[in-house]
Design a protein around this ligand. Structure first.
Ligand SMILES: [Zn+2]
Ligand SMILES: [Zn+2]
Length: 98
């Protein structure tokens, strides 16, 4: 089986493009990968982790928190614990027991 040897443009390690992969790329008209599978995977992972994260501070306990959305200026943000505690205490939809 003829595999093509390439040098990764990123880590300069040798890697192989196997025949099936090459055939697949040709069929789709795609260029040969310039990076080894490891670097390609790392790039994919790092792209995913580039999802915007915002750091904020819990309004209740002052703990630094990371949130996946931009906190609205007029809205308080809580850490998970305070958030849960808040809703346990002030849950507006909780039916009253009496
Ligand atoms: Zn590499
Ligand atoms: Zn908190």
């Amino acid at each position: 089986m003829a595999s093509i040897k390439r040098i990764c443009s990123k880590c300069h390690e040798e890697f192989l493009i196997i025949e099936q992969e090459k055939a697949f790329l040709d069929e789709k008209g795609l260029p040969e990968p310039k990076e080894c599978p490891t670097c390609r995977q790392n790039r994919r992972l790092s792209l995913r982790s580039e999802q915007k994260l915002y750091s904020s501070t819990c309004d209740k306990c002052g703990k630094d928190i990371i949130i996946a959305f931009k906190p609205p200026e007029d809205q308080k943000v809580f850490c998970k614990e305070c958030y849960l505690k808040y809703f346990e205490t002030f849950d507006p939809v909780k039916p009253s027991e009496d």
